[in-house]
Every structure is written in structure tokens, then in C-alpha cells.
Design a binder for this molecule. Structure first.
Ligand SMILES: C[S@@+](CC[C@H](N)C(=O)[O-])C[C@H]1O[C@@H](n2cnc3c(N)ncnc32)[C@H](O)[C@@H]1O
Length: 236
């Protein structure tokens, strides 16, 4: 499934595929999710169709000078730019994605529109991260957690690269009940963050089992099957 998801996002960013599930991205979604209008207006119009968040994670992120932030599954890196514009630039951000075309767009967007902001770019799989233990104080996971069939393995890897006290700040869809068979039989629905969705209780339990403390978990209804959830968990 992970191979299918990587291919899906490579094709999406190469223009070979269009997002079929409506309302999953774009400038209007950013406004709806509460990203500040002043920040939204500072980003060029052409980037918005590639912004594919599941929620607004900015209010869970408070990096201090010297901190290191990993934006895992960064896509075109919009959250990274918004974080630097809103929280200062004395911290380091690594943009990581498994799809090279997404990273190329992220690199071009940052370089052309915000040459003063510095980012690092890494192509890797999120559950096999090329970093030493304790490399980050913050990890952003916006629309990414549900793309991993083995969530326990992912959380263990996040814990490994986080320092003690470090925070995973994320957003994803949570299922409201048992999903219809359609979601198991449509591989693209994995890439839409749907088929791999946990319930809110399962999400909390998964981080709890790996030694994280829950700082926040809030959800809003999206449709009959899913809520949009934002969450923050601290490594104990
Ligand atoms: C729904 S998009 C979200 C992108 C970005 N966070 C945003 O808010 O616009 C999911 C991203 O996760 C990346 N991704 C999927 N599976 C991954 C994996 N195993 N490791 C790293 N990145 C992955 C995809 O390539 C895609 O860019």
C-alpha cells in the first residue's frame, strides 16, 4: 500500500493525476481550517492547489531559537513556510517527503517566493528516518499519519528521532464508526487519508502505548464517515 501511496503523490505532483476527492485541499480549505488570512495572502496563488492539509497544526507548534522541526510528509512545504513566517526564523526546519516531485515543488516554492527562509529537504520514508536519535524537538504530521498501514511502527520511529519532551503536532481524519467496504477496496482512498483512519480513541491509544502524553485532541465533523482531528502528543 505504501508503494501505491508514493506513486499516487508522485503522479499528483507531476500533473498525471487530479485529486478526485473534493474539498481535500486548496486556499479555501486553508481559510476554513483557520490559517490566518494575513499569512494565507502572503503565499502566491499558484501554490494553493497543492496544499493538502487535514487540519491547522500551527497553534500546536512553538519552536524556540535553536529548535529543530521535522515536517514529515511535507508535500509542497506550505506549513513550513507559514511556521517560519509566523514564529520567526531562529529554528531549523527539515522538509521530508517520500515523493521527489513534491520536494522539487517545495524547494522551488521556498526558493522563488521566500529566498530568505532556509529549509532543508530530505527524501525518505517516514517510518525509516535517516536521523540520529533525539534529532528534533517538533514533528509536523499534517495529513500523513493515516497513510501508514503500520501506525505502531511509525510512532516508534517518531519517538526515536524526537528528544525527550518533544512534540508530534498533527492533523488527520478520524473515522466516526466502521467504514463501508468501499474504503477497503479503493486503493486511492488510502492516499486520501481515509482508509487508514483510526477512531479518536484508537489514535490516543496508539500514542499512549508508545509512551506519549496527550496534550490536545480536537475534532470537527467533516462528513458522515469522518471527523477532521488535530492533535499534539508529547514524548515522555
Ligand atoms: C495529504 S499529503 C499532505 C502534504 C502536506 N503535509 C500538506 O499539508 O500539504 C501527504 C504527503 O505525505 C507524503 N507521504 C506519503 N507517504 C509517505 C511516507 N511513507 N513517508 C514520507 N512521506 C509520505 C506524500 O508524498 C504527500 O506529500
Amino acid at each position: 500500500m505504501k508503494k501505491h501511496i508514493r506513486k499516487y503523490y508522485e503522479q499528483l505532483h507531476q500533473g498525471q493525476k487530479r485529486l478526485k476527492a473534493p474539498g481535500l485541499g486548496g486556499k479555501s480549505l486553508a481559510a476554513e481550517l483557520g490559517y490566518p488570512a494575513g499569512l494565507i495572502d502572503r503565499l502566491p496563488d499558484e501554490i494553493w492547489e497543492d496544499f493538502l492539509p487535514c487540519g491547522n497544526v500551527l497553534h500546536h507548534l512553538h519552536p524556540k531559537p535553536g529548535d529543530r522541526v521535522l515536517n514529515l510528509g511535507c508535500g509542497t512545504g506550505v506549513d513550513s513556510i507559514m511556521l517560519k513566517l509566523s514564529a520567526g526564523s531562529g529554528f531549523r526546519i527539515v522538509n521530508l517527503d517520500s515523493a521527489i516531485p513534491a520536494l522539487i515543488k517545495a524547494w522551488a516554492l521556498a526558493g522563488q517566493s521566500f529566498p530568505g527562509l532556509e529549509f532543508e529537504f530530505v527524501c525518505a520514508d517516514g517510518d525509516s528516518l535517516p536521523f540520529r536519535p533525539g534529532s528534533f524537538e517538533w514533528i509536523i504530521l499534517n495529513g500523513v499519519f493515516n497513510l501508514f498501514p503500520e501506525k505502531g511502527d511509525l510512532i516508534v520511529e517518531l519517538s526515536r528521532v524526537l528528544r525527550r519532551g518533544g512534540v508530534v503536532a498533527g492533523a488527520d481524519l478520524c473515522r466516526r464508526g466502521i467504514l463501508p467496504d468501499y474504503f477497503a477496496s479503493e486503493p486511492d482512498a488510502w492516499a486520501w487519508c481515509m482508509s487508514g483512519a483510526l477512531s479518536q480513541n484508537e489514535l490516543s491509544a496508539a500514542f499512549d502505548a508508545a509512551g506519549f502524553a496527550k496534550l490536545a485532541l480536537a475534532a470537527e465533523n467533516m462528513d458522515e464517515y469522518f471527523d477532521r482531528a488535530t492533535f499534539a502528543f508529547r514524548k515522555r
